[in-house]
Design a protein around this ligand. Structure first.
Ligand SMILES: Cc1cc2nc3c(=O)[nH]c(=O)nc-3n(C[C@H](O)[C@H](O)[C@H](O)COP(=O)(O)OP(=O)(O)OC[C@H]3O[C@@H](n4cnc5c(N)ncnc54)[C@H](O)[C@@H]3O)c2cc1C
Length: 437
């Protein structure tokens, strides 16, 4: 009997340490106007580096990685529990060496990179000495990669890249970009594109503007123009034409880790909702005594627990198979579910806080927008639901009789009668034999 929802005591001790450390040392960093990707900023150096050193001495650095890359190889279940704590804060992932999009970028360089690429880019990325950006989405094509037109053409011993990308998160702080470009326009849809490592200071890379998502003028979502950007041939990442497969590797891990952190963000919203409910007074008691408020709290708890169990079960399945492709349906399902759960809990927390809830004194408005972003970034919800449905339908595709007689009720009844006989006959037979006796 292997169903077990308990945390080993030794690991629980680590989680308890994390809880205290994150609350007292890490959470405040998110409120001083520093960005977690601004690693070269002297304030980042002064404030974040010592905390990272503490995390390393605790053996909790970069826990998404295996030991061969300097991580602990804890696996996804333990990572899930850790990410719940980190996901409540803005700086948690950076202080613990597991911030997106660098985690995903590191993962693909680790999997597909040549030894010299690993030496030059992976090592400093894993140490958070530098940050990176993933440059895939184009203004005319997001959800559908077949719309991408940015091209890379061979010229002597170089590739020459031309095109325009946007929403390349953190590009303005990045040391390098991982760029997806069309190298083989006539190849099959999934083999047209390749990936390239492009140092951000390469001539021809121009950040046209930095778009902000939650308000503010100078955001982190770069619109980048690539004009005759030349990179040596060995800057291709993985096989020529392999970009689509590589990006799936990257996004599988990214999505589940995002969901783990979202569990933490939802917990925080529910925690604040409850604190407000028991402390906000009306003439006849606190608002926690009102049934409608109780409904908000009950719904939030129920939805959060369902979501959390789904995330943890999927984490467990990934640990079991060690292959994201085998867990594709559930990762897509979680990606589709996450924005709704997060949105609904954050919106209730906002509502229960009244005017304070919509203000920038509380995190809820940003969380609600963040939930909407989750429904778009890494592919919109509709696309993930289609994946879930397609994967789920696979097992049914082999049934070739459209009438499905195997489970029609008359058919089932007939089979049951043949197997067990008619209950009415049996009752009659018993009655007749009793009478005869
Ligand atoms: C905050 C943020 C950060 C991001 N970071 C990055 C990054 O670092 N790197 C990067 O490359 N990209 C990034 N993106 C881009 C992201 O991957 C795209 O926004 C996403 O793939 C959707 O593409 P789109 O915005 O062009 O929307 P569109 O493709 O135009 O889709 C718009 C809407 O159309 C509908 N739709 C589209 N396709 C389908 C379909 N097949 N079936 C049903 N309905 C459909 C959906 O309702 C969808 O929401 C980021 C986006 C955001 C918001």
């Amino acid at each position: 009997m292997a169903w077990d929802f308990e945390t080993e005591p030794e690991f629980q001790e680590k989680l308890d340490w994390m809880e205290a450390f994150v609350s007292t040392e890490v959470d405040p960093l998110g409120h001083i106007g520093l960005h977690p990707a601004d690693v070269k900023n002297p304030r980042y150096q002064a404030l974040v580096r010592p905390l990272q050193a503490t995390v390393k001495t605790q053996g909790l650095w970069a826990c998404h990685l295996g030991p061969e890359l300097g991580g602990q190889g804890y696996g996804q279940v333990k990572l899930g529990l850790m990410n719940e704590i980190l996901g409540r804060t803005i700086f948690g992932p950076s202080v613990f060496g597991c911030a997106a999009p660098d985690t995903g970028n590191a993962e693909i360089i680790a999997h597909f990179g040549a030894p010299e690429q690993k030496e030059k880019y992976l090592k400093p990325l894993l140490n958070n000495e530098i940050v990176s950006a993933f440059s895939m989405t184009e203004p005319q094509g997001g959800s559908d990669p077949l719309m991408f037109v940015t091209s890379a053409v061979e010229d002597g011993d170089h590739w020459v890249i031309n095109g325009e990308k946007w929403f390349s998160t953190n590009a303005k702080w990045s040391e390098f970009l991982i760029v997806m470009a069309v190298t083989d326009p006539d190849a099959s849809p999934y083999s047209r594109m390749s990936m390239f490592i492009v140092p951000t200071d390469t001539p021809g890379v121009e950040i046209v503007r930095n778009v902000s998502v939650h308000g503010g003028r100078d955001g982190s979502e770069a619109n980048i123009r690539y004009t005759d950007v030349r990179v040596p041939k060995n800057h291709i990442l993985g096989e020529r034409g392999g970009a689509f497969a590589i990006s799936q590797t990257r996004l599988g891990g990214g999505r589940i880790h995002h969901a783990m952190r979202t569990v933490g963000a939802c917990k925080r919203a529910l925690d604040l909702m409850c604190r407000r409910a028991v402390s906000r007074k009306t003439r006849d008691g606190v608002i926690a005594d009102k049934q409608t408020v109780q409904m908000h709290i009950a719904d939030s708890y129920i939805e959060l627990e369902q979501f959390r169990l789904f995330v943890m079960k999927t984490a467990w399945t990934i640990d079991k198979h060690r292959d994201y492709r085998k867990v594709r349906k559930d990762i897509a399902a979680i990606k589709a579910l996450m924005p709704k759960v997060y949105h609904d809990i954050a919106a209730r927390a906002l509502h229960i806080h009244g005017a304070l809830g919509v203000s920038n004194e509380m995190p809820f408005a940003a969380q609600v927008v963040g939930a909407l972003v989750m429904g778009i970034a890494d592919g919109p919800t509709e696309v993930h639901k289609v994946t879930v449905a397609k994967q789920h339908l696979r097992a049914y595709r082999d049934v070739d009789d459209p009438m499905f007689p195997a489970y029609s009720l008359p058919q089932l009844k007939q089979a049951a009668m043949e197997k067990y006989g008619d209950a009415a006959d049996i009752v009659r037979e018993i009655a007749e034999s009793a009478e005869a006796a």
